[in-house]
Design a protein around this ligand. Sequence first.
Ligand code: ATP
Ligand code: MG
Length: 416
Amino acid sequence: MASPLQPVRGTRDLIGEDFRSHHHVVETARRVSALYGFEEWSTPIFEDTRVFSRGLGDTSDVVSKEMYTFTDRGGDSITLRPEGTAGLCRALVSNGLAQANLPRRVFCAGPMFRYERPQKGRQRQFHQIGIELIGVPEPLGDVEVIACGWAILKALGLGDKITLEINTLGDGESRAAYRAALVSYFSAHASKLSADSQMRLERNPLRILDSKDEGDRALIAGAPSFDAHLTPSAREFFARVTGGLEAMGLAYQVNQRLVRGLDYYCHTAFEFTTTALGAQGTVMAGGRYDGLVEQMGGPPTPGVGWAAGVERLAMLLAVEPEAPRPVALVPLGEKAETAALAIADRLRAAGLRVELGYRGNLKRRLENANKRGARAAVILGEDELARGMAALKDLDSGEQADVPLAELEARLKRDR
Ligand code: ATP
Ligand code: MG
């Protein structure tokens, strides 16, 4: 035998209850975001590399260290998407939607790829759900996007495990002033910064605040805060966002150190975090990205949105979604087996989940049905069939009764 092949490091198969939890998270997000008016889009899993290098910025960790980039057979540079927002904005522009019918509310779900060190809650192929509200410059948009995220977390039963942290990255003017303050502070401590952060100091000092390095964290604790450098209009914008959250009864904590790892953010940045997952505590993260559509070659268009890690949310679910319980069809003898095929299809057409048992005697087949979690068995003996009857056995109570074939659908639906 050939040696068994393994999944690639940092990837996981989703089977059985893992798949069901995953699916439950995505379906809940799909359902709740639809109530907020979001429509689902699906964009390609790979894009022209420039979608991400322009969209996320060359100095971001994702672009500089984590992308799966390759040259395809035609010589084009292709990247497996590391996140969803850049591709959605690219789609908006390439489909000529950037000026028509704004605002757009878009929901998206699917796999993302980042070359990271795999650990609990951190994979190389992982999945995100996300929403984007495009074309709304007002702070009310930020509030609605956050509220929709919160509604999804609540619908997943995670309301009391999650905290909302929020910050503002201000407008361009505020960021330039803050950047200068950070450069002067960190330059005085440059030798103590990690190698990565020394590079960030030159290229994108705000990013240092996002560093996970222990030594950096100690320095970050003493860094100047953004607050003092906000322009009055940026301050007013943020006040309207927090005011909106308060009006909705949404509790939040201002975290002045919160920045997003991606270049295109301005004004509001937020994260929903939990202490239940160890180091990988951020389950949902987002903010405002007013410059991104322009980066994709479209007109200046404001945007605000978030993305959440499906694996991290699935790990937090208190109860695993139950496996569906089929009805087992147990034909006895060759004639009954043939008849069973048509009966099974009739029941399926009525919306029932039906599995056929193929092997062994009645006892074996019933054992099998129990193992598969079946809720009922329909036993088709040849004598009963000749009389237009079947034996219906409730596999929880063990009760059994003869039922006319024509009444099977109704009985099975009633007993569900
Ligand atoms: P982190 O700080 O954990 O690396 P990030 O800032 O890189 O997160 P975002 O780009 O904001 O993450 O992605 C949004 C969400 O996607 C994260 O909050 C997290 O829930 C999830 N996520 C990001 N990277 C991974 C990964 N490698 N594996 C699993 N989930 C991930
Ligand atoms: Mg990351």
